[in-house]
Design a protein around this ligand. Sequence first.
Ligand SMILES: NC(=O)c1ccc[n+]([C@@H]2O[C@H](COP(=O)([O-])OP(=O)(O)OC[C@H]3O[C@@H](n4cnc5c(N)ncnc54)[C@H](O)[C@@H]3O)[C@@H](O)[C@H]2O)c1
Length: 434
Amino acid sequence: MIEHLAGDDIPSFFAKHGEAEFRRLEENETLLALADAEPDVLSLGGGAVMSAEVRERLRERAFTVWVDVDVDTCWARVSGSDRPLARNELKFRRLYDERRSLYAEVADAIVQDAEGLVLAAAGVVVESGSLARLAQLVPGGGSVALVSEPVVNGIHGADAQLALGARVAGVHELPTGEQAKQLEAVAALWEQLRIRRGDTLVALGGGCVTDAAGFAAATFMRGVDWVPVPTTLVGQVDAAIGGKTAIDLEQGKNLVGAFHWPARTVIDPALLGTLPERERREGLAEVVKTGLLAGSPLWELPDEEQVRACAVYKSAVCLRDPHDRGERMVLNLGHTFAHALEAAAGYDGVTHGQAVALGLLAAARMSGNADAERVVVDALDPKPVRVDRERAWAALARDKKGGRLVLLPRTGSPEVADVAPEEVRRALDALIDG
Ligand SMILES: NC(=O)c1ccc[n+]([C@@H]2O[C@H](COP(=O)([O-])OP(=O)(O)OC[C@H]3O[C@@H](n4cnc5c(N)ncnc54)[C@H](O)[C@@H]3O)[C@@H](O)[C@H]2O)c1
């Protein structure tokens, strides 16, 4: 931006007008950008924080992330370049030392790499053992309503309460499983809550708890802050990220809800240690989906790295499209087929994970992507299900918003495309047994 305004490149601007003039221009432009009412991503040069006014505005107006790179790496990157302040190694190192305290002064988060940056921007923490640090990780100093369900509360509830200490204002249980997402369950929770605006609701559990408790947080007192602490693989790689909250109606799942981005999302992969194998497989289908979208074999990674990589991918897509008006649609890869199969089975007998595995298979086949098809077969081994074909087809037609489907012509490059109904029908039929 500065080069554009000055009509000159930075080395020649420095040479002609000196550093002071450059800093003046930089300060002006930075303050203007920070005054913008619309949210922006601002990538600042290392010297921008030399201005006290910029530091003050950063603290007031921005969520500031310090990408902390060690001095040797920094020097290796800039030495030999035409950067005006990187001509002399000793001076460069001194500048690095001088500026560190200023970075610390403005930083809301300190990260090491681009993935860390995405997570920090989304407010997502992925770290084994983070449950024990809940009191520090739940923003603000106010009271906390801890919401869980009997199974998870029995296993991890005491640790969560211990970690939150004196901040706990109440512990509440929703029913286990999809029952948590019934209006009556949420209504009972609303009645029980004793927190006020400015306090925080912490949701400890799988996707059912985080969806329902998140919805309660979005609506209670017209909205209180909330922090999901997902305890299933589905929750850690998918449901607790992106700010979608929902409950179910008779007519269908997730029909009432709100976008309510969490104040923070605390993901502790160690909590998966107590998750039954069948629940893990449910999550694996979402991991495979994310890996295919991202173009990286995330399903092969160990737990913590796998969860982190999936959280990064979903966070990035949702930050770019928080209200699901565009790009976020790619996260539906395979899901239109999955929903159709689940609906045709009456949500009984086919799990969501099995249905997603089959849906991914159909999407890979329709995209002519043999690699993706092999991945799905190897990692998830989906088997055709016995449901009524006409019911499945009717459900798919209802679900297919605007007639478009997410395809994956190349792994890592999803596309939204129109597909002829006969082709969709053929792909669906191939997933059904008998
Ligand atoms: N909001 C979103 O973006 C989004 C995305 C994906 C899915 N979802 C929703 O998520 C829900 C499914 O979530 P889920 O698969 O996590 O199911 P779930 O919440 O029902 O949890 C599955 C089971 O695992 C048990 N459990 C949870 N954590 C455990 C642990 N650490 N140890 C032992 N047992 C544990 C629970 O008691 C439950 O019986 C669906 O309602 C779906 O609509 C929402």
